[in-house]
Design a protein around this ligand. Structure first.
Ligand SMILES: [Zn+2]
Length: 202
């Protein structure tokens, strides 16, 4: 997720922070086992021995700015990347579900509250480095409301939650650059600007 990942030297391999592309995590062909993998376009590998071709397409993820009355419900991440930093409820889409279904499922799993009436806000690309593998992700952001939070109970990959006035949130506390971009969109949509500028956007 860090920008250093993006700026890592081209061709670096071996996982961890040195990764620039998801395919850098692979050395051997998963079909024939030979070490003749080449890059095909920017996001695919092709085996020079058996011709195996695999695309590392972007993963889809969704997240929501959930309002309860005039407060935002923000999560505190329990795990890396971004452990202890702020995050939005949400996560990766499962196979064969809609973005809206995935978002509702993630909010239930992470906070045990019911939401609906998602309004599209914006999307932003994100890099997600997990267990030594870089995942290229397209995050889709929504706004919604939670009428009641009496059932709220952080779980899954959430360590806790906070209720915050949007104007008092420091964007730098968010774990991911894509969330900072979306947060700036949120503030702009509401006709206000954060006191703290966001990288390249404010
Ligand atoms: Zn092969």
């Amino acid at each position: 997720m860090s920008k250093s990942t993006i700026n890592a030297p081209q061709g670096a391999t071996g996982g961890g922070e040195s990764q620039r592309y998801p395919l850098d995590a692979f050395r051997f062909c998963p079909r024939c086992g030979h070490d003749q993998l080449g890059r095909e376009q920017e996001r695919a590998i092709r085996c020079g021995v058996c011709g195996f071709l695999f695309f590392f397409n972007t993963a889809a993820a969704s997240a929501a700015f959930i309002f309860h009355q005039d407060q935002l419900i923000l999560c505190v991440r329990a795990r890396d990347p971004g452990r202890d930093k702020l995050d939005l409820p949400g996560g990766f889409q499962e196979y064969d579900e809609t973005i809206e279904q995935g978002l509702q499922r993630e909010i239930r799993e992470e906070l045990n509250i019911e939401t609906g009436d998602f309004s599209y806000l914006c999307s932003a690309p994100n890099d997600y480095l997990y267990a030594g593998v870089l995942y290229k992700v397209t995050d889709v952001f929504f706004t919604c409301t939670a009428r009641t939070i009496s059932t709220i109970r952080p779980a899954d990959d959430v360590a806790g939650y906070i209720l915050a006035n949007p104007l008092e949130v420091n964007p730098e506390e968010f774990a991911f650059q894509s969330t900072r971009q979306a947060f700036q969109h949120l503030l702009s949509a509401h006709g206000v600007r954060s006191a703290t500028s966001v990288d390249g956007i404010a």
